[in-house]
Design a binder for this molecule. Structure first.
Ligand SMILES: Cc1cc2nc3c(=O)[nH]c(=O)nc-3n(C[C@H](O)[C@H](O)[C@H](O)COP(=O)(O)OP(=O)(O)OC[C@H]3O[C@@H](n4cnc5c(N)ncnc54)[C@H](O)[C@@H]3O)c2cc1C
Length: 507
């Protein structure tokens, strides 16, 4: 049957997934594999959301995510592909996972993949911090062990609490005193508050993984996100591009007769007697509206999208909970296609730079840089891609009257900063373009241009995070607003949780 015919929507569907980000595709493919009739609706013309790509002049640029956790045996992506019986994307481990440069320093702090080497590196750079790192390693090990038992978090009813209690082991209780503490609290325990270099290193790395700094990131989350860079886990660089991850998930979806329709923006979620019952969709190709009934709806959208999709049907208390969430950051991203002469020999695939030791890792004070490898499918021969992103106040961009001037200024600053690491950069640029919170709002449907979900602060992490369940029966939320937060691995974990809950509820 031609693909177009296969993908034609029926007017009734068992499960509709709104959004084909990694969270929605993972949930959709797993539900299809478990026997549900699934239709995924994506407003953009390609799937992948913040982990998709675009092409310009022979270069392929990763839109947002550039490195992937969870591909190692037992990692969340690997488990999903194993269940789907689909070959995982080809990937190479990043070693170092990241080369971190503090302001005015020319020697990087390399987060090595080998844990012994990484231990030696951090002792060399942060003398006297060994006991602090040993505590983080212990918390990582305990939390990971707990995670492997697949606890359903957050618990919302007595049977959840009972199930969660069954996942605890005596050793898990060693994490209890740390449940409400931040990474900075633990630095204080080891009298390291005054070590500005260590604090800034932690702020830089944690901001990438939790969107919050050390004084706000829950230490149980921080310990896991920092520990994941090392063997037997690791961060990976995908061959081809990031798009391969969504392509494989779409393959999994279709293998089990699930369907994906792109260019379909869900404008409203319909309810009937307090239960989710269908969606109103705008077909961006045909420019017309159509409706679909569905028994279950999985929304792979940031939680801030729900007020628009549900209108007055959204319970007031849930809306207030959304309104009280801390603002998420935005991202300014510069995409450069360059001649390979700009790439220093031995350049690591990921680098991070901070520009002011006293300023927060926010508003254009840092760059996270990803560099393509020869032959990895992202650049024509003799060329490379450099993608550099900085955190920025998302809302400031949305209504900015001087938007174009702001974008030009951020672009110039980023190129100037990159030029201090990449030789003759300006002369070697073949293509340059930038994305701002407005870009993420328009192309990835992120309200206010927020990216990265809800920061993993103690009051929003684990038992206090947003559930896949919503107050509307048969409506589920999946993606980086929900437990355990951002990153392609995080949203796949969220999808796994959601699928288990939905399956239990629907069967
Ligand atoms: C600059 C940047 C760098 C990053 N770097 C990394 C990294 O290196 N590694 C990593 O793991 N993570 C990284 N991340 C985070 C990671 O990309 C995200 O956390 C993850 O991809 C989010 O997946 P998701 O499925 O939750 O949401 P999204 O990717 O936002 O997907 C949601 C999808 O839903 C669609 N949609 C929204 N509304 C509607 C609607 N009404 N109707 C139909 N469709 C709709 C959107 O178009 C989108 O495709 C980065 C993010 C950014 C922005």
């Amino acid at each position: 049957m031609p693909e177009k015919m296969m993908d034609r929507p029926s007017r009734d569907c068992q499960v509709v997934v709104i959004g084909a980000g990694i969270g929605g595709l993972t949930a959709g493919a797993l539900l299809a594999a478990r026997g549900f009739d699934v239709l995924v609706l994506e407003q953009a013309f390609v799937p992948g959301g913040c982990a998709s790509t675009f092409k310009r002049r022979g270069f392929t640029f990763d839109v947002g995510a550039t490195q992937v956790a969870g591909l190692e045996p037992g990692g969340v992506h690997e488990r999903v592909f194993r269940e789907l019986n689909i070959e995982p994307p080809t990937a190479t481990p990043c070693d170092p996972a990241c080369a971190v440069y503090l302001p005015d320093e020319t020697e990087a702090i390399n987060v090595w993949r080998d844990p012994v080497r990484w231990r030696a590196e951090r002792s060399q750079h942060f003398a006297g911090s060994e006991r602090f790192w040993a505590k983080l390693d212990q918390l990582f090990e305990l939390s990971w062990d707990f995670n492997q038992r697949e606890p359903l978090l957050p618990p919302v009813n007595p049977s959840d609490y009972l199930a969660l209690a069954g996942k605890l082991r005596p050793r898990t209780l060693l994490t209890a005193p740390y449940a409400l503490r931040t990474v900075a609290d633990v630095l204080k325990d080891y009298r390291l508050t005054g070590d500005r270099r260590l604090r800034r290193f932690l702020d830089m790395q944690l901001k990438l993984y939790s969107t919050a700094e050390a004084d706000q990131t829950a230490v149980l989350y921080g310990a896991v996100s920092l520990g994941l860079s090392c063997e037997p886990h690791g961060l990976f660089h995908l061959e081809g591009s990031m798009q391969v991850l969504s392509e494989r998930l779409v393959e999994g979806l279709r293998k089990y007769k699930g369907r994906l329709l792109t260019g379909q923006k869900v404008q409203a979620i319909r309810t009937q007697q307090g239960k989710a019952a269908g969606v109103v969709v705008f077909d961006r190709r045909r420019e017309r509206e159509w409706e679909l009934r569905a028994a279950q709806i999985v929304a792979n959208v940031p939680v801030w999208s729900l007020p628009d999709l549900l209108g007055t049907v959204l319970p007031v208390r849930y809306r207030e909970q959304i309104d009280k969430l801390p603002e998420a950051p935005g991202a300014f991203v510069l995409y450069l296609g360059v001649r390979e002469e700009a790439i220093p020999s031995g350049c690591p695939p990921h680098l991070q730079f901070l520009y002011d030791l006293d300023g927060p890792v926010a508003e254009n004070n840092s760059l996270f840089v990803s560099v393509s490898r020869p032959g990895d499918g992202r650049a024509p021969e003799g060329h490379s891609t450099i993608i550099a992103s900085s955190f920025t106040n998302a809302r400031a961009w949305i209504d900015a009257p001087d938007y174009e001037a702001m974008k030009a200024a951020y672009t110039e600053t980023a190129i100037d900063r990159l030029a201090s690491y990449f030789p003759d950069l300006r002369e070697q640029i073949v293509h340059a373009e930038a994305a701002t919170p407005r870009t993420f709002q328009f192309y990835a449907g992120r309200p206010y241009g927020y990216v990265g979900g809800i920061g993993q602060r103690p009051n929003h992490f684990g038992p206090f995070s947003l559930s896949n369940r919503t107050p509307i029966a048969n409506l589920w939320l999946v993606g980086d607003s929900t437990y355990p937060g951002e990153g392609t691995a995080g949203v796949s974990y969220s999808a796994l949780n959601c699928v288990r809950l939905l399956e239990k509820h629907a069967r």
